[in-house]
Every structure is written in structure tokens, then in C-alpha cells.
Design a protein around this ligand. Structure first.
Ligand code: HGY
Ligand code: MN
Ligand code: MN
Length: 424
């Protein structure tokens, strides 16, 4: 039986190994279906085999490690799902996503070593696409697992024009077998995910772990602003239809509306912008920028979007440009099931720690998995709340406590399954 510190040391070593699988030039960038994704997935598969899991890849490239019930009961045909994602953002940290997969593998190893009686099976899942960075879709692999992926989602193209469907075939996946990746609701018990908090709350509270109450809903758009190209030296300012200047005013409006929505933890981000023709001496004719807007409840988020659409149109009329918003992703606020919150909270208390509940501002695969089964999440303190940044960091001790808490949460669910006559 390893101590939390020993578990944390092993977790750190595994994360360091995974961090080496990158498509980035000197940084950690591992996008869906890339060569680095393939290498990382193969390494995860070998770790899963090493701890005794039956390993396979589903049609979307998700690595699946399967453990049979160690003490079959009527819940034996149900499976507890534990997972997270192994894709990253650009110039990423090494903990976002990967920690949840490593924690699941280490928990299985300890559960077997401790001969924990499991009346249900456990599948550890390493999703390949959560960030939505390469293709303008997101949660593709967990949506397939949940049975909610639309075939049209596979028609998305990356910045080089590569169609997701073709990249999936090149990876070894099978776009025509998407439905085979889905679990039936009646065969799942719950979905658990361990993830770094990616925010400052636990660090400020001096706590290593936190129990997630809900995952913030989010909406993502391409905003296109069409103006008129012109000579930078000859067109008077008052006669310009400058798409980039109009976009700049819209971006400041985004910030203003989001700040006004602070009561709902509202945040809005313009992460990417492209201006055409992009010459130093030409007035920009066309701008496309992304908008990512989130809040702790759906109503204020949708109200803010409506307000922005109104303000963008007013700016466009004033500046003689046109503006369109094209929504390419939306997920509602996702609740974490009370029974799973209690399992994690009880595990945290078993470790002699104070328990803290908090909402997640970041999105997670739980948004998709909620369509299949109850979702539970455990957050791990991260230094300075920094994430989506190579400075992302979680301590060995905190990671080890998270693995131990995951094991205890599984033990609690096993006890519940036995006491409720396996009717879960
Ligand atoms: O964007 C998010 O919240 C997540 O990291 N994909
Ligand atoms: Mn993540
Ligand atoms: Mn992320």
C-alpha cells in the first residue's frame, strides 16, 4: 500500500514522461490526432496494461482500460468510468487533463494491490479531444462515449483544412463506427474525474483538494466583421470602414459586459483574431475573432450574449461595417451529482482534510459525460491558480492525496452498491 506521497511521486514521474510527447517547438502542445497524441496514447495504454487493465482504443481514439468487478454482484454489469483528457492547449501545462488519467491508473493499481472488493467494473478513459483547439468542435471523444456526438461534428476542419474525419482515419480511428464508442446508460454507474482546479480558490483557502459542485456553461463564437480595404495613406479617418478598429471597439464592449456580469462569475475571452489582408499599409477589410463566454448559470450567460449582439450591431452601423456571430460550441451549466459530491467529500474527510465545495469556471469532459451518467469531480490545488500555461504546477503531496481520495471515493461507491443490493 503506497502512501499519498509515494503515489504523488509516481504521478509526477508519469506526467513528466507524458509532457515529452509534444508537437510543439520547445513547448507542450499536443492536439487531437496529432503524432504526439498517438505517442502519448500509446504510453497511457502501456501503463494501463502494466497495472492489469484490458486495454483498447475506441473509434474516436480514446484509450480505454477495463477492470472487471473483483467481487461481482448485480452491479457487475455496471461500470464506473474514471477519466480525463490527454490533449492540451498550445504551450500548455503538464497537469490539465493528464493528471486525471494518471490518477485513474494509479487508483486502479492501488485498488488491486489492496484487494478492494468491487461489485462493479471500472473503465479508465483517456480522451483525445477536450480542448477544442485543433478543430472548431470540442469534447468530441467524450461526446462519442456519451452517445451524443453528431456525425457532422466529424466534418470540422482544422486551420490547415484537414477534416477531422480524415485525421481520425490516419490516426487509426474509425469515423464510421462512432456509435460503437457509446456506452448504454444502464451499463454505467457514474463518471469521476480528478483535475487541477485551474483557479486560485483552493490555494487561497490553504486546501489541497476541493469537491466540484458544477461546471460552468460556456458558449463559443466566431465573430466576423466585414469592412473595406483601403489605402492607409489616402483614406481620411472619417471615411474608413475599418474592420479591425470596429473589432477593437467590440472587444472592449465584451470586456465591459463581462465585468458587469461579475455576480455570476462571468468571464469572456477573445483568444484568437485574424485580420485580412494583413498588410501594414492597407486598412483591414475583414476580421474574424473568437469569443468564449461563461458564467455560473445559463440565464446570465445567454442574456450577456444577447446584449453583445445588440451592441455589436450598433457599433457596426456607426462604423459602416457588418458583423455576424457564428456559434460553434455551447454547453449548459453541468451539475455534479450530490451522491458523487458526497463520495468525494467523505473521502476528503477520511484523509483528515477540511472539505471545500466549489464551482468550476473551466469546462471539462463532464459536460459531455453528463448526457450519459452522473458526474463527479475532485479538484487539486494548483500553484497561483495558473493553467493553460507552462507554469501550471501541482505538488507531489497534493496529487498523492487526490489519488488516495479517488480510491476512497471508489470504496465508498462500492460499499453503497453492496448495501443497496447492487441496485445502483
Ligand atoms: O476551455 C476550458 O475550459 C477547458 O480547458 N477546455
Ligand atoms: Mn482540462
Ligand atoms: Mn484545459
Amino acid at each position: 500500500m503506497r502512501t499519498p506521497t509515494q503515489l504523488g511521486i509516481r504521478a509526477e514521474a508519469m506526467l513528466a514522461e507524458l509532457a515529452a510527447f509534444t508537437d510543439g517547438d520547445g513547448n507542450l502542445t499536443r492536439l487531437y490526432l496529432s503524432p504526439a497524441h498517438r505517442a502519448a496514447a500509446d504510453r497511457v495504454a502501456s501503463w494501463m496494461r502494466d497495472v492489469g487493465l484490458d486495454v483498447g482504443f475506441d473509434a474516436l481514439g480514446t484509450v480505454r482500460g477495463r477492470l472487471k468487478p473483483t467481487a461481482p454482484g448485480r452491479a457487475g454489469n455496471r461500470r464506473l468510468l474514471i477519466g480525463s483528457h490527454i490533449d492540451t492547449v498550445v504551450n500548455a501545462g503538464r497537469y490539465d487533463g493528464m493528471l486525471g488519467v494518471v490518477a485513474g491508473i494509479l487508483a486502479i493499481e492501488e485498488i488491486l494491490a489492496r484487494h478492494v472488493e468491487l461489485p462493479f467494473g471500472i473503465d479508465v478513459l483517456a480522451f483525445g479531444e477536450e480542448e477544442g483547439v485543433r478543430f472548431p468542435s470540442t469534447l468530441v471523444s467524450s461526446s462519442a462515449v456519451a452517445g451524443s456526438l453528431l456525425p457532422s461534428d466529424l466534418d470540422a476542419r482544422d486551420a490547415d483544412g484537414v477534416v477531422l474525419r480524415d485525421a481520425l482515419i490516419a490516426f487509426g480511428g474509425n469515423p464510421d463506427a462512432v456509435t460503437s464508442a457509446a456506452y448504454a446508460a444502464e451499463e454505467t454507474l457514474a463518471y469521476l474525474e480528478v483535475h487541477i482546479e485551474q483557479g486560485p480558490v483552493l490555494e487561497a483557502a490553504g486546501l489541497p483538494l476541493g469537491v466540484v459542485t458544477s461546471i460552468a456553461g460556456q458558449s463559443r463564437f466566431f465573430v466576423s466583421v466585414m469592412g473595406e480595404a483601403g489605402h492607409a495613406g489616402t483614406v481620411p479617418m472619417a471615411l474608413r470602414r475599418d474592420a479591425l478598429a470596429a473589432s477593437a471597439e467590440m472587444m472592449l464592449t465584451i470586456e465591459e459586459v463581462a465585468r458587469a456580469g461579475y455576480a455570476h462569475q462571468m468571464v469572456a475571452t477573445v483568444g484568437r483574431l485574424a485580420a485580412k489582408p494583413g498588410a501594414v499599409n492597407v486598412i483591414p477589410a475583414e476580421v474574424v475573432f473568437t469569443l468564449d463566454i461563461r458564467a455560473d448559470a445559463d440565464a446570465p450567460r445567454l442574456a450577456a450574449i444577447a446584449e453583445l449582439e445588440k451592441r455589436f450591431q450598433a457599433i457596426a452601423i456607426k462604423r459602416g461595417v457588418s458583423v455576424t456571430l457564428d456559434k460553434f460550441y455551447e454547453s449548459p451549466t453541468t451539475p455534479c451529482a450530490p451522491r458523487l459530491q458526497e463520495a468525494f467529500a467523505g473521502a476528503v474527510l477520511d484523509l483528515g482534510l477540511a472539505e471545500r465545495r466549489l464551482a468550476s469556471g473551466a469546462g471539462h469532459d463532464g459536460h459531455a459525460m453528463h448526457h450519459l451518467t452522473d458526474v463527479g469531480m475532485l479538484f487539486v490545488r494548483c500553484r497561483g491558480g495558473i493553467s493553460h500555461n507552462p507554469a501550471e504546477f501541482a505538488t507531489v503531496d497534493d496529487m498523492g492525496l487526490a489519488v488516495e481520495a479517488l480510491i476512497k471515493a471508489v470504496e465508498r461507491l462500492a460499499a453503497d452498491a453492496v448495501s443497496s443490493g447492487d441496485s445502483t
